[in-house]
Write a protein that binds this ligand. Sequence first.
Ligand code: AMP
Length: 284
Amino acid sequence: MQVVDSVIGLRTRVKTWRSQNQIIAFVPTMGNLHQGHLSLVQKARELADKVVVSIFVNPLQFNDKSDLTNYPRTLQEDIHLLTELDCDLVFTPDDTVMYPQGMSLQTSVHVPGMDDKLCGLGRPGHFDGVATVVTKLFNMVQPDIAVFGEKDYQQLLLIRQLVHDLNIPVDIVGAPTHRESSGLAMSSRNNRLSDEERTQAALLHQQLQAIKAALENGETDLDALLNSAQTQLQENGFEPEYLELRKAQDLMLYQAGEKTAVRILIAARLGSVRLIDNILCDLA
Ligand code: AMP
């Protein structure tokens, strides 16, 4: 496995593979890799001849400075894990490689219809930062396929819209959320939970499952359903930011009785850590 930190080093290797008609799959990450990330790498391995993983903590997508400062950085461990998974190339640019003129002079990519809902409301500028870095990474790596986690469901839909609207020739593949045995969605931010908080955090997924079961049983009072889940979370130390039912296809609000696939999406703080999760409830 090769580790490169420059665009020129990356391009040299990718160019050789492309000239050999090798299919390239790409998994962008911010590092501190866990089994969730590794399941995306495994998926990429199944789909392509060559697998490229990027590790870059993108300052442009952090609206909260302390979240950026506290974001765990574990490059050597990450590289070790990727070696074991038979990854072909790890791209580890720093800020000066990604934003040589500084972030304020960087051309920005904006995907419409994301800032006014879910994580877009609580994290102003976040999705422009994601769209911009992913566009740059796609142009640098030039993959055939890119794999993203459903854990960040709004991000997955944003990337699908981005490649569609900008005619970027990359197939976007979504991969299921990897969970701890408690049901807690794996996340690099889980490391910042205390032991007690980590146990409590399982309630997030339990509430999503309870809402799903109620919907499948024909519950139509959606406000009551969501309010009761929010209350339970508050009583257990969470500060919910949103808990919503949205159509899985386009994230438009779901109305009771509609026969469609629904995503139940949540963001909540536990102590200083912001957690997100979502599950599918197919009511089609
Ligand atoms: P991040 O390093 O948090 O930017 O995540 C990199 C990629 O891993 C994104 O496509 C995420 O959606 C995905 N990811 C993060 N956590 C999980 C998880 N628990 N299961 C599956 N994919 C995940």
